[in-house]
Design a protein around this ligand. Sequence first.
Ligand code: HEC
Length: 152
Amino acid sequence: MSRSMLPTLAFCALALAGLSAQAQAPQTFATPQEAIKFRQATLKEMQQNFKQVADMASGRADFDAKVAEAASARAAELIKLPWAGFGPGTEGGKASPAIWKEQDKFKAAATRAETEVAKVAAAAKTGSLDAIKAAIGGAGASCKACHDAYRN
Ligand code: HEC
């Protein structure tokens, strides 16, 4: 390994450690705007990864098993993160105020999506496009169910 790669690797390790810490611990934010920015950014990055796989499932993109596996694994990780950005007092963005009145239902919708996206990741791990096709619909429906109820 070349010497010049070491700082990059160290940075990646730090970034990964930060990510898994976010996935576990309830995140705190300095301002509501920070929370809104965080949840929008994680949802956006998650969607970009999810879409890569969804496009392969629908035939809009050529199937590449390795890309599908990596993108769906990343989506499954990312979909655990946004929910920490919906804490008390963070109303705003395109989030419906109903979220803060129905925290249990919102959390259930989030858990459902986590489960469904994890199924896509598990399917992609098998390398089978048919398995991905079988899993992607449920995941997409879990996004839509929450957006219909809780996104303005
Ligand atoms: C539990 C509810 C919930 C689930 C599940 C959910 N979303 Fe969302 N999503 C939201 C809310 C609420 C917003 C608006 C956030 C805001 O503006 O503060 C949003 C916003 C977004 C955005 C816009 C982010 C931006 O750039 O501002 C994208 C993209 C997105 N969701 C994609 C998805 C995809 C893809 C899935 C499924 C794999 C999904 N979401 C599942 C609630 C959800």
